[in-house]
Design a protein around this ligand. Sequence first.
Ligand code: NAD
Ligand code: UDP
Ligand code: UDP
Length: 328
Amino acid sequence: MYQNGHLATGFGINSVGKIPLGLKRKGLRIVVTGGAGFVGSHLVDRLISRGDSVIVVDNFFTGRKENVVHHFGNPRFELIRHDVVEPLLLEVDQIYHLACPASPVHYKHNPTNVVGTLNMLGLAKRVGARFLLTSTSEVYGDPLQHPQVETYWGNVNPIGVRSCYDEGKRTAETLTMDYHRGAGVEVRIARIFNTYGPRMCIDDGRVVSNFVAQALRKEPLTVYGDGKQTRSFQYVSDLENMLDLSIGNPGEFTMLDLAQVVQETIDPNAKIEFRPNTEDDPHKRKPDITKAKDLLGWEPKVPLRKGLPMMVSDFRQRIFGDHKQDVA
Ligand code: NAD
Ligand code: UDP
Ligand code: UDP
């Protein structure tokens, strides 16, 4: 089992295969920190639907109760309002540690990545739980190697405006591996590349949510810099299907390409407005998923032009509250 790259391997999913035919799989007790957020809530849906018991730990910094409200009343679901920078005592089998302000507008002043991860690793060590960290492609910084493989160490400015996030996640990865080597905690690290889909925070400043919300509101699409920087966008179901296999979608788009897909999907007349880019913004980014394909047979299924419309209907409903007011 590969444990320390941006590949992460099967939690309950893999163990399902080990259960003799005819026996019912015993549900696991799983904590999902950040489970009221975008990625976390999709993961919770998946875990609940396969029969596990899920405790969501979230301080609602960017997450919303609406994302998990459909599980209220299910005895296998619990929601705890808690900031993971404070210690937490629970008895569980697995910990999916997602809690983290994941957008540039939110993450700058927050120690969640380091202190929160330390606490969740302390919890994993005490109860012998398996631990998964959702890390990020940001650990590669402004990459000098393209596309990025797991073994690439990255090019990160340690004192830049983004460092709280990228160095924070790098520290979180270090702590994770220290607890693995030093305390025998079973760990997984998933370096997630840009992911989009329904339930994304509407105003958290990420590019796909910005463009979609702007096009729906008939505002200009704000392209930072010259718009030639690239990213690879992954639809959330590819991540949700198996977070542990997820390392991003290798399709590569410039921000101008993305603006064009948003125009095609929502409003061909949507204007584009150029704005100064943020400091230290990575010029290009795209995962090399060879290892995931070879070892796990995983590859993303949903291309941008198919995934975006599914996100647009969710955003329409949340922005306008009513399908009748649809604009495009
Ligand atoms: P999100 O903002 O929707 O979710 C993060 C959740 O964590 C929110 O519900 C928030 O309220 C919660 N949270 C934040 N700080 C907390 C704290 N101190 N204590 C408890 N809860 C806290 O973001 P997301 O896109 O769902 O990201 C989830 C994880 O995936 C993060 O770890 C992020 O770094 C990682 N990731 C996401 C992407 C992406 O493109 N979405 C890319 C790379 C990595
Ligand atoms: N911790 C926690 N829940 C637990 C066990 C530990 O939140 O069930 C926190 C603990 O408060 C500490 C961190 O995790 O801040 C690291 O714990 P560990 O036992 O590894 O370190 P120590 O407390 O020995 O420094
Ligand atoms: N970006 C943009 N317009 C926006 C928001 C972001 O052009 O309204 C750019 C941003 O400068 C970056 C890219 O889109 O080059 C991706 O930004 P995001 O914050 O979504 O993700 P990350 O920087 O973490 O890849």
